[in-house]
Write a protein that binds this ligand. Sequence first.
Ligand SMILES: Nc1ncnc2c1ncn2[C@@H]1O[C@H](COP(=O)(O)OP(=O)(O)OP(=O)(O)O)[C@@H](O)[C@H]1O
Length: 268
Amino acid sequence: MEKAIIAKNVTKKYKLYKNTKERLLDLITPKSYGEDFYALADVNFEAEKGDIIGFIGINGSGKSTLSNIIAGIVPETAGTVKVNGQASLIAVSSGLKGDLSGRDNIELKCLMLGFSRDEIKELEPKIIEFAELERFIDQPVKSYSSGMKSRLGFAISVTVDPDILIIDEALSVGDKAFAEKSLNKMKEFKEKGKTMIFVSHSLGQMKEFCEKILWLEYGMVKDFGSVDQVLPKYEEYLREQKKLSKKERDEYREAILKKQLQLVQGIN
Ligand SMILES: Nc1ncnc2c1ncn2[C@@H]1O[C@H](COP(=O)(O)OP(=O)(O)OP(=O)(O)O)[C@@H](O)[C@H]1O
């Protein structure tokens, strides 16, 4: 089987600063300031061409960070991510420039993806039509509602026909009709055998759409396997977490973060 994505020992470290002074001192002095925070710690996984993989995990588990790294928007701190082909990310905050019009954003994104002027001329009307933004396309994107922005982001990403499509919570905004249209487009991609990554808190959508699940917990891979194997375990985990008191939850978190630290220290 041909691999579409190979992620090896991927770690993403952020620095958390208490204030601006700490941030500045860290920049200008040789001494290290701020606290290390690992959004991803030693993540390993592979996607075959045509795989449809759902990323799950509670808030802050690293799903968006991993999606952004695969899409080439955020760099990894350590490890490697090999992507076979062009990846395109659709996210609620899809990197649109607010001061530019919808049309300028289409052109900019297409130019960044390596399309020629002639190709863009051909793609542009299709994108505007899919986004249903004909009347507003020359208005600045900062005047758009979140639904309109998400429609524009979605329309660009699917019309450029990427090899790998990453959809990060993009179906959670906008109206039902557009969500349905988007889901149909994703089904079309599925039939074409495209590789897709799907980030969502909706387990129903995961069941309907994905074949495999990558479960992240505090930046680490907790499980990776078929939907049937992983989702029931995750549902049980959510039920158990709900039963815990705040103190028990904090203790659990501390234990996991200790494991995380051992993991990153082991590979550094
Ligand atoms: N630029 C940043 N600086 C510092 N910390 C960050 C930055 N971006 C993300 N993080 C932190 O990294 C962790 C993982 O965030 P991420 O958005 O990847 O999680 P997520 O699983 O997508 O969460 P959610 O389900 O809430 O969308 C979080 O604790 C977040 O606060």
